[in-house]
Design a protein around this ligand. Structure first.
Ligand code: SME
Length: 162
């Protein structure tokens, strides 16, 4: 699957403030990625609540998920929060610590977002294709994570999280 990630990155970055307020921009980026990348079937942000060691679901595009709060350590997202590393899971059925959002999901990639050196959020993508993610996805999402990082606090304040 050939995707022009550099054009997609430019289009995503153009959505960020001042073009849109940060909350709207994050929603639009999720929708853009889901619509433009054939193997992205669910695209969302999880925000870090370090004091409670949990992740809170933020803007997303795709089917609603029951996983609106994920404790650090649980599932692929929670493991990424603990390790602060990117997780690529080519086959979720073979993953032991995995939280299912949809029976159709075959693969998942989670990329941490850092701001001023602190882990503040994740980009989470589910795919209905098996083993669809390459280093091109990882590099694209890592660059996107850096681009959105300065705006995370405008979308989500962990101090105000219930
Ligand atoms: N599959 C994730 C949970 C979030 S959903 O994919 C939206 C996990 O195992 O952490």
């Amino acid at each position: 699957m050939s995707v022009d990630f550099s054009t997609l990155e430019r289009r995503a970055v153009e959505l960020l403030p001042p073009a849109n307020d940060a909350g709207k921009a994050f929603h639009l980026i999720c929708t853009l990625l889901k619509d433009e990348v054939p193997h992205y079937d669910w695209v969302g942000f999880y925000f870090a609540v370090p004091e409670q060691r949990l992740l809170a679901l933020g803007p997303f595009a795709g089917a609603p998920t029951e996983h609106t709060r994920i404790p650090y350590g649980r599932g692929i997202c929670g493991q990424s929060a603990v390790s602060e590393q990117t997780f690529v899971v080519p086959d979720v059925n073979a993953a032991e610590n995995y939280l299912s959002c949809s029976a159709e999901t075959r693969a998942e990639i989670v990329v941490p977002v850092f701001h001023n050196g602190a882990f503040v959020a994740e980009i989470d993508i589910d795919s209905h294709s098996r083993d669809p993610f390459s280093s091109a996805d990882e590099e694209f999402l890592t660059r996107l994570a850096a681009a959105v990082a300065p705006f995370v606090r405008d979308v989500f304040d962990p101090q105000l999280s219930p």
